[in-house]
Design a protein around this ligand. Structure first.
Ligand code: GLV
Ligand code: MN
Ligand code: MN
Length: 417
């Protein structure tokens, strides 16, 4: 017997066209996107998403963190909704698919169910989580974190960008601060479709990643303070070069991560030297060390060794050093039933699949604390992400959305007739 909805296919061309349309907003400089969170471009992207959701018959909810919730009603008014989604914000030199695929893949599910006139018992809600990337305002996954009760809203509002603008003020300025209480919604389940952002699926020739775990993350912002002075006339023994202190600390970051190979990574992607003038020895260096591992003990070891190594380097050089933890989450194990729904969907649809541990952080990592959660991944070319050249194929996107559709429909329960 064919269960209702068993032969459902998404419209891969429509999904692709929507991805390309969204990518026109906040274009980058090399074919990707710069649609950073709570900028004017973010506001424009949100408005486009809202118009598409409303055209598909959804109602839009907006909470006080700017999280968007497009709802397709179910047949049972008391049934908890099944949520899907990801994020529309991008890195400053981001790709067209990181996050966006999960949001527009969710919309494609709604459009497909509408086309096929399929009703589900549970409502389906497509979410755009605000500030997943954490580039402009640390930490990453800020608003799903508030939703899950990990951060307070006031703390989140007070986060500042490099220009000293606060997240709360900027959210208000772009007109996307809603009135709904954050985290009040209850979910039957949450599913996030995302590109892998790593090379495994492509190398293994698999269509679908069934994400069982997410690795944990730690962001430590380090401030090294020395003394600004003339690069030409300050004798070498008299220098307090914060830039050199930073360079030595970064060497140790690399060594610490390698010492836990192959299950740890470490780097500093955010680096500032002050005053950043060619002929001034930097008096201050500020940078954020990003350590990740699927093993919490490894993350804790790397954090502790960073502090020890940096303290020693700075003491030896006569520099001051200070540390601030600006982001972090523990390794995540996703919900068994939701993970099985993703695996079953891939199986039923005839897509090759394998289990994956997500290397990147995702809103799903926080939502997993408050609802049964799982993720679907599709390959990306050369595993490249957080780069404007990030690429996927239309077929990969469609396969990911189709698996998402089937996992969601199984969870939201198709009603007969
Ligand atoms: C989020 O994009 C992360 O840093 O993994
Ligand atoms: Mn992402
Ligand atoms: Mn990202």
């Amino acid at each position: 017997m064919t269960a209702p909805g068993q032969n459902m296919k998404v419209d891969g061309d429509r999904l692709w066209d929507s991805l390309m349309e969204m990518a026109k907003i906040g274009p980058g400089v090399a074919g990707g996107n710069n649609r950073q969170t709570v900028t004017d471009a973010d506001g424009e992207g949100r408005a486009l998403f809202q118009s598409w959701c409303e055209a598909a018959g959804c109602t839009m909810g907006l909470d006080q963190m700017g999280n968007m919730f497009a709802r397709r009603e179910g047949t049972d008014p008391d049934a908890l909704p099944v949520y899907v989604g990801s994020h529309l914000d991008t890195q400053p030199t981001g790709g067209k698919y990181d996050g966006v695929l999960g949001v527009l893949g969710g919309l494609e599910i709604i459009r497909t169910l509408n086309d096929l006139d399929i009703r589900t018992r549970h409502p389906i809600v497509v979410t755009n989580w605000t500030n997943e990337e954490g580039t402009r305002f640390a930490p990453a996954m800020l608003s799903s974190g508030v939703f899950a009760g990990v951060h307070t809203q006031d703390w989140a509002y007070a986060r500042e960008d490099a220009q000293g603008k606060s997240f709360g003020d900027e959210l208000e300025r772009i007109g996307w601060k809603g009135s709904e209480e954050v985290g009040a919604r209850k979910m039957k389940a949450f599913f996030e479709l995302h590109i892998e952002q790593g090379p495994i699926l492509e190398a293994e020739g698999k269509d679908i990643g069934v994400v069982t775990h997410g690795q944990g993350l730690s962001w430590t912002q380090v401030t090294v303070t020395g003394k600004d002075s003339h690069t030409g006339s300050t004798p070498m023994p008299m220098r307090k070069n914060a830039g050199l202190g930073m360079a030595r600390i970064l060497e140790s970051v690399d060594e610490i991560a390698w010492s836990h190979k192959p299950h740890a990574v470490g780097a500093a992607g955010h680096i500032e030297v002050h005053p950043n003038s060619r002929n001034v020895i930097p008096g201050k260096a500020i940078f954020t060390v990003d350590f990740r591992s699927p093993d919490l003990a490894v993350i804790e070891d790397m954090e502790a060794r960073l502090r020890d190594a940096a303290q020693k380097i700075c003491d030896d050089m006569g520099l001051e050093v200070a540390f601030e933890k600006v982001g972090g989450f523990d390794p995540v194990e996703f919900d068994e039933t939701c993970v099985a729904a993703v695996r079953n969907a891939a199986e039923r649809l005839g897509y090759s699949h394998m289990n994956l541990i997500s290397g990147a952080g995702h809103d799903a990592c926080w939502i997993n604390r408050v609802a049964p959660t799982a993720m679907v991944m599709c390959p990306c070319v050369d595993g490249l992400s957080h780069n404007e050249a990030e690429e996927i194929s239309k077929a990969w996107a469609a396969a990911g959305a189709e698996v998402l559709l089937h996992a969601v429909v199984e969870t939201a329960e198709v009603t007969e007739g």
